[in-house]
Design a protein around this ligand. Structure first.
Ligand code: GDP
Ligand code: MN
Length: 382
């Protein structure tokens, strides 16, 4: 789960990493009030999960609360590389002497966390890594012995960090590693990590990814998820606990089991179509699960036809068919739905649909014929 900058900074603050004082705002008026409380010069920062906000005009300096309000008016609603700004973060402006880069990620190849530090921060770090790799100090951490102060000093030395910043950088790296482990993070990146003109080292940006499978032990971070998902279907799926992915075509896909769903995507592509989304209703899909799944899939206006591809193992095809009827009854969907049922109780399932389903539901015997039909129907409807 990717966090917004303001959420990352809130986590940094709890681990003792210095960050500028700030507040989040979703209206220009709240931005003005926040700037007034913070006092002095502030920076108004677009909260979107994409880099290069500065260049896109999403980061503005304000000397008065009224100016902060004016910037917030411009930035809220702005489209930055396809991400619409719904919130701004207002923070006390910093006077920058130097911009560094610090991060911790997992190096899956080495099976260890990897800490990277560079005195060349504030820029695209991939460029530094590609063109001047010697300027990026790298260190793998042995998770058993942990990350020690001498490791942090080694990194600071090899990254050529300025003398007066070393103490602050070493302290932040250690806290970053502690936070990384405690919060079950996959990524923690500070770009830029700055040295201020008055000699303090602080995190000016925060990019944090938390392992979604560990959220059950971090209720506070799980609660942040509310703000991270804007897509209405994805939010609906999250609330209902189903696996849903949005794509950009027009054929909705419902399958049971990750493998089957993946092959369904391929077969739709083979049939010349494009999936609008897919939903994995899971292994033992019951009638209620089908209702939930259809609710999510059909709420996406881009779906022009729906392909239901079920392989009955533990899942019984007659139960899925019943679920489908219940869902259609409740939702009153009129778009074309193509159903392929195979496996346990397939005969019963097909019979239920043939006898009782509305006319917009058709059954196809194979995955390929079902995909072809769904693609053709989507094209007709478009
Ligand atoms: P990103 O470009 O989306 O990663 O946004 P950042 O938060 O990293 O900010 C981009 C750049 O804006 C930084 O590298 C700084 O140069 C500048 N910036 C951000 N906050 C401040 C601030 O408080 N004072 C000054 N002088 N510059 C800032
Ligand atoms: Mn940045």
């Amino acid at each position: 789960m990717d966090l917004f900058e303001y959420q990352g900074k809130q986590l940094f603050a709890t681990t003792g990493i210095p960050v500028p004082t700030g507040e989040v705002a979703d209206t220009p008026e709240k931005a003005r009030a926040a700037a007034e409380r913070i006092g002095g010069k502030v920076v108004v920062k677009a909260q979107v999960q994409v880099g290069g906000r500065g260049k896109a005009g999403g980061i503005q300096l304000a000397t008065t609360p009224d100016e902060a309000k004016a910037h917030a008016t411009n930035i809220l609603g702005m489209d930055i590389k396809g991400h619409v700004v719904e919130r701004v973060w207002i923070e006390a402006a910093s006077d920058i002497a130097k911009e560094y880069y610090a991060s911790i990620t997992f190096d899956r190849g080495a099976k260890r966390p990897l800490i990277m530090l560079s005195a060349e921060g504030g820029v695209d770090i991939e460029t530094v890594a590609a063109e001047t790799p010697e300027k990026l100090a790298r260190l793998h951490v042995d998770p058993l012995t942990g990350f020690q102060a001498h490791h942090a000093r080694w990194l600071a030395y090899h990254a050529n960090i300025d003398e007066e910043a070393i103490k602050g950088v070493v302290d932040i790296l250690q806290r970053l590693y502690t936070g990384f482990v405690q919060l079950d993070a996959m990524l923690m990146e500070i770009n830029p990590l700055i040295l201020t003109t008055d000699g303090r080292v602080i995190a000016l940006d925060a990019k944090v990814t938390i392992d979604a499978n560990a959220l059950y032990r971090h209720a506070d971070i799980a609660a942040m998820r509310e703000a991270t998902t804007q897509d209405p279907q994805e939010k609906m799926a999250q609330d209902r606990g189903v696996t849903y992915v949005k794509l950009d075509g027009d054929v909705g896909i419902l399958g049971n089991g990750a493998g089957l769903v993946m092959s369904t995507l391929d077969v739709v592509a083979l049939a010349g179509g494009k999936p609008a989304n897919f939903l994995d209703a899971g292994g033992g899909s019951k009638a209620d699960d089908v209702v939930t799944a259809l609710e999510v899939l059909l709420s996406d206006p881009k779906v022009k036809s729906l392909l239901v591809n079920i392989f009955g193992g533990i899942t019984r095809c007659d139960e899925v068919a019943e679920g489908l009827l219940t869902a259609l009854d409740r939702l009153g969907a009129t778009l074309p739905i193509v159903v392929r049922l195979d496996g346990t109780n397939e005969e019963e399932g097909r019979k239920i649909i043939a006898e009782r389903a509305p006319a917009n539901v058709v059954v196809e015997p194979t995955m390929l014929s079902a995909a072809r039909r769904a693609v053709a129907l989507a094209k007709e409807a478009a």
